[in-house]
Design a protein around this ligand. Sequence first.
Ligand code: PRP
Length: 209
Amino acid sequence: MENLFIIDHPLIKRDLTYLRDKNTPSSTFRVILRRLTSLMAFEITKDLELLVKEVETPLEVTQGYVLKSEVVLVPILRAGLGMVDPFLELIPEARVGHIGLYRDEETLKPVDYYFKLPKNLDKSIVIVLDPMLATGGSICTAISYLKAKGASRIKVVSLIAAPEGINKLTTEHPDVQIYIAVLDRQLNQRGFILPGLGDAGDRVFGTEN
Ligand code: PRP
């Protein structure tokens, strides 16, 4: 799978352990999710193209750079919201779209409830953010929508993925680059990733009870 990148780093492995721990409270979970996303963002953005632009130092003119393409961040609500700020710290000029989806607990199919995207998706690098890639239904729905709106250069950033979700995503959207921190073992009958970390949205926002 040439478009699947598993980012292997000791600090990422350590932080994933905090996120997996059922005793990690939401306040800590949010902080770790941000830090982990920052660690991944450096790798995810390393192929962004540059344009040369002159810059005048206090001493002389020299060669500098600006990003060639605009970047659009698209968190999938809710859990993806926890990954936006670390990217904005690195790319403050990025624009942010939102896609609202939740998974029906019975059918495991995604139900959409909100779409708000910037224009010019066709000229942008679109980075989709969602910490969990389980059946892959949510991310595939989001990508189909983004492509229908003109996006063609799409990266997906997830922390934990199940093999079932990766298979669906690479089959339906082989052109999309997928970045994850770990590929977990399997889904259970309720569509939860094993060993996973539970429901990321609930853990970010403290709504598990
Ligand atoms: C979770 C997760 C993904 C989706 C993954 O969201 O954050 O968006 O499920 O599952 P899939 O790959 O099988 O589609 P959830 O539906 O729980 O919504 P929430 O973020 O609002 O809690």
